[in-house]
Design a protein around this ligand. Structure first.
Ligand SMILES: Cc1cc2nc3c(=O)[nH]c(=O)nc-3n(C[C@H](O)[C@H](O)[C@H](O)COP(=O)(O)O)c2cc1C
Length: 177
């Protein structure tokens, strides 16, 4: 299975990044091929709502957003991982998620697959459940018709190494792909 992993923290080796790597480790041990993208390495312009994708053509924005969204469309599964910033995913990751429009609206692209999500935050466990539920519904259920594999929600977070159970959880979700 081909899997794309989007790491939405601007910080490498951060809490989110470490959890993503654990999930990837589990998936790779099961023979899956994972391509990881760190949001800070990507140049992604915001969707212009020009509608070009709706007419079945490629997004006019020829950048990493185009390349990564096409790779997602050609893959079987996605890992979406983000710290919570002011109650939501990071702004940089949201810019890329908005560019999913280019694949979800193109009538020549059939999307299906699995998604696993990772959220990290300082709030108590479960504090952002309503936002997390909404993120599963849209884009993943409503626009992409993806099956939810699992969610790793890591709250109360200073340093992820203080929550080794969550590292194991991420690894075990990777094993489920
Ligand atoms: C700009 C910014 C906004 C944040 N907003 C929230 C928030 O609304 N709720 C929360 O629980 N934590 C918030 N945090 C804390 C991060 O979600 C938390 O430290 C997370 O684990 C950081 O992920 P990283 O280590 O992968 O970068 C915020 C951090 C930053 C830098």
């Amino acid at each position: 299975m081909k899997i794309v992993a989007l790491m939405g923290s601007p910080r490498k080796n951060s809490n989110t990044d470490v959890l993503v790597d654990e999930m990837i480790r589990g998936a790779e041990e099961n023979g899956h091929i994972v391509t990881k993208y760190c949001i800070g390495d990507l140049v992604v312009s915001p969707c212009r709502a020009c509608g070009t994708c709706i007419s079945g053509r490629d997004c006019v924005l020829d950048d990493d957003g185009l390349r990564v969204t096409h790779e997602i469309a050609e893959s079987d599964a996605l890992v979406l991982a983000t710290p919570i910033y002011f109650g939501q995913m990071t702004g940089a990751l949201k810019v890329l998620v908005d560019r999913f429009f280019g694949i979800t609206n193109n009538p020549f692209i059939n999307l299906d697959g699995k998604v696993a999500l990772i959220f990290t935050h300082l709030g108590p466990r479960g504090y952002y459940d309503s936002y997390i539920d909404l993120t599963v519904v849209q884009p993943f259920r409503m626009n992409m018709h993806y099956d939810l594999l699992d969610i790793v929600d890591v709250g109360d977070l200073g340093n992820v190494y203080n929550q080794p159970d969550k590292l194991v959880e991420a690894y075990n979700v990777g094993k489920k792909f």
